[in-house]
Design a protein around this ligand. Structure first.
Ligand SMILES: NC(=O)c1ccc[n+]([C@@H]2O[C@H](COP(=O)([O-])OP(=O)(O)OC[C@H]3O[C@@H](n4cnc5c(N)ncnc54)[C@H](O)[C@@H]3O)[C@@H](O)[C@H]2O)c1
Length: 389
């Protein structure tokens, strides 16, 4: 990995850039990104010279860094990740030496480090660093509060001293809590998080908006539904089920399997985040959804079908405590204001994801051994009873 910041290296000129200087306010509204139309962004989309992506060695973060490098040839990326159990250098192995990417191993709670990175000419931060697994937040919440709230406060304080920087807080549909049947929530729906993970994400949003109100920070918030795709850590439902089935194991389905979720391909989430970064209105939140929802049981059956298995591979296990029943987003705002649309459908995306896990055993097998195995035992041993783990 390169050790010199791409933002400071005068040798590295973003493709298509003219006379950007480190630290300049290159994202003035009106400087139109020449590739904006590829994602349906409005014509007045801003362009950014150097984006700090946090959590860029995690599932969504690594896909986001890759997406920006591919679709925004004028943009340099600094990628800050603490490499927790969910952060994996293998997720960014293919872009490790990319001249517009620099990986920094570090913590968003490290005030000095965050400040020094922002001084490298960063003009936007997309915060995808988080502790992200609901089940783990039910085991212990301290790390969730420390990173998901404390880390956000550190970033906000650092931006407060550098107010030209735009901040995108990557949030989730989980902040709304469980919805009544047939309801769909828009961005004005009141937050009612139903688990510690979701509560920390809601707190982070409120904190970010309070910095905007108090100090005029340029803050935008995204709230996305469940993601799937390459590099998805196999503790989450889709990659857990795929990899278990590839190993001939059963899949642990919570409760009656009727919890309802919407699913989006991670690339669509990434394009939405960039649309929000470039064109989102300051102080606003944007729901992001494919609009395709189904119950966990229906989703399980689709995965079983794709991998040539049947219901005998399903093990119903004791439900997660406080398991939210239903999330469903109204995402008309991002479509109407930013022109964003998802490009993947669930059927093809799920098939491609199964194929990715089949072709990339060398990526997930090391994860599913060691510390992961210990976690799996702790999480499912009681619940699984007779199932082979
Ligand atoms: N996965 C989803 O379906 C989904 C949906 C909506 C929103 N989100 C949000 O997207 C973001 C990314 O989620 P994900 O699924 O990629 O999670 P992930 O757990 O796969 O990745 C999180 C990354 O953050 C890093 N990290 C954790 N604590 C850190 C710290 N203190 N400093 C620096 N890095 C740290 C980890 O090492 C890891 O690489 C999270 O904010 C999550 O709330 C996820």
């Amino acid at each position: 990995m390169s050790t010199e910041s791409p933002c400071q290296n005068p040798e590295i000129r973003p493709a298509g850039s003219r006379s950007h200087t480190a630290g300049s306010r290159s994202h003035t509204a009106g400087s139109r990104s020449h590739t904006a139309l590829e994602t349906g962004s409005p014509a007045d989309a801003r362009s950014f010279r150097c984006v700090l992506v946090t959590g860029g060695a995690g599932f969504i973060g690594c896909n986001l860094v890759r997406w920006i490098l591919e679709h925004r040839p004028q943009t340099l990326v600094i990628n800050l990740d603490a490499l927790t159990y969910a952060g994996n250098p293998a997720n960014i192995a293919d872009i490790r030496d990319h001249e517009r990417h620099r990986f920094v191993h570090g913590d968003i709670c490290d005030e000095k480090l965050v400040g020094s990175l922002l001084d490298e000419g960063v003009d936007a931060v997309i915060n995808a660093a988080a502790h992200s697994h609901v089940d783990r937040s039910l085991m212990r919440g301290d790390e969730f509060v420390a990173t998901n709230v404390g880390g956000v406060q550190v970033i906000l304080d650092a931006i407060k001293a550098r107010p030209q920087i735009r901040f995108v807080q990557v949030s989730t549909d989980e902040i709304y809590g469980s919805l009544p049947p047939d309801e769909r929530c828009d961005e004005n729906w009141p937050p009612a998080p139903g688990n510690p993970y979701a509560a920390t994400k809601a707190a982070a949003e409120l904190l970010a908006l309070s910095y905007r109100n108090s100090f005029g920070l340029d803050v935008v918030i995204s709230r996305c539904c469940n993601n799937f795709g390459p590099y998805h850590y196999p503790e989450k439902m889709i990659p857990l089920f795929i990899t278990n089935l590839l190993d001939g194991l059963r899949v642990p389905l919570y409760g009656d399997g009727l919890n309802y979720r919407e699913w989006i391909h991670v690339e669509d989430h990434c394009s939405a985040l960039v649309a929000i970064l470039e064109s989102g209105r300051s102080g606003e939140a944007y729901n992001i959804s494919s609009g395709t929802g189904l119950t966990n049981l229906e989703l399980t059956r689709r995965i079983l079908d794709l991998l040539g298995k049947d219901d005998s591979s399903v093990e119903y296990v004791k439900d997660r405590p406080g398991h939210d029943r239903r999330y469903a987003l109204d995402s008309r705002k991002i479509a109407a204001e930013l022109g964003w649309q998802p490009r993947h459908n669930l059927k093809d995306g799920l098939r491609a994801t199964c194929e990715w896990f089949q072709a990339n055993e060398q990526w997930w097998r090391p994860i599913k051994s060691g510390a992961y195995r210990k976690y799996y035992q702790q999480q499912y041993a009681e619940r699984l009873k007779s199932a082979a783990i």
